[in-house]
Design a protein around this ligand. Sequence first.
Ligand code: TXA
Ligand code: MG
Length: 318
Amino acid sequence: MEIISNPTQVEIRKAARALKDGHLVAFPTETVYGLGADATNENAVSRVYSVKARPTDHPLIVHISSINQLAKWAIDIPEYAIKLAKEFWPGPMTLILKRTEIAKDFITGGQENVGVRVPSHPVALALLSEFEMLGGLGVAAPSANRFGKVSPTSSTDVQEELGKYLDDTDQILDGGRSWVGIESTIINCLSDSPEVLRPGLIALEAITKVAGINLKIEGLTNEIKTPGTLPAHYSPKAKVVTQGVAKKGEGFLALANIETPHGAIRLAAPLTVDQFAKQLYESLRLADQKGLTKVVVVPPDGDGLAMAIRDRLNKASK
Ligand code: TXA
Ligand code: MG
C-alpha cells in the first residue's frame, strides 16, 4: 500500500482510477479519515468490510462530490433534507434517505435507506470529482479504523490501524490532521421531521433552524444510538472513564483551564471545545502508544460538539 503525502491533482486522479478499478483508497475528510471503495462494486465493498473486520449488516455512507449527485442515490427526499443539504454540504453531515436502486443491499446493510454525505476536505472533494469524471457514482467510506476502535484523524493513524490489512495496490492519501476530529452528524430524514442519530459538529439548534421543523427528540440523550452501532465503540486499549480523579501514571484529558491531577499524564490541554474534538481521538491513540491502562477524561459541557464529544466518550467508556 502506498501513502501519498500532499497529493497533486495527477496523483488524486490516479487514486480515483484505482478506486474505479476496484482498489481501496483511504482519504482525508474534515471529520476523520475514510476507507474508500467504489460504492457500486460489491467486491471492493466487501474488502472494506474485511479490512475493517466490520459486520456486514452495518451500512456504509456513500460520499459524493455535490448535491447534484444526490438523485442518483436517493428518492422521495423531503424538502427539509434539501434545505439541510444546501446549507451544510460540503460539510460534516450525513443524511439518511430512501434509496434508489443504485444503492444495493451490500451498501445499505439490506435496509431500504442510504446514508449520503458531501465532505468538505479539498482532497476528498477532488477525489470524488475525479472519480465521477471516470463514470463513478459514489464512494463508500467508513472511518478507516478496525471495527469498534478509535477513528483515524491522520494518514499515520490509518497506516497504524489498517496498514497490514491493505494490499500493495491500495493507497492512503494524506491531507493533514482532520480539523473537526469526530465523525459527521447523522440525520435521519425518513419521516416528517429530522432526527439526529449521531451528534457531530452541527448543533441541534442549527439543524432545527435550517430545516424549519422541530427535531424528533424522542429518546434523545447523551447516548444517542446510531443504527448499526454497538454501545461500545470508539475504544482505545486503555480504559476510558469520565468520572473520578486521575491517579499517578494514569492518562488525563480535559480543557486547559482544568489542572492536571498530581502524577497524572496529561494527554492534551485543548483551549476550546473545537480543539477538544480535534484532539480527542489523537489523545486516546497517544494513551495507547504510551501503554497507559486508564484515561480519565473530563467531558466539556454544552451543545454541538461538546454533546458529540460526550456521546463518543460514553461509547468509548463502555
Ligand atoms: O464523518 C463520517 O461520517 C466518516 C467520514 C469518513 O465520512 N464516516 C463514518 O462512517 O463515520 P462509519 O461507517 O464509521 O460510521 C457511519 C455510521 C455507522 O454507524 C452506520 O451504521 C451508520 O453511520 N449508517 C450508515 N448508513 C446508514 C443507513 N443507511 N441507515 C442508518 N445508519 C447508517
Ligand atoms: Mg466508524
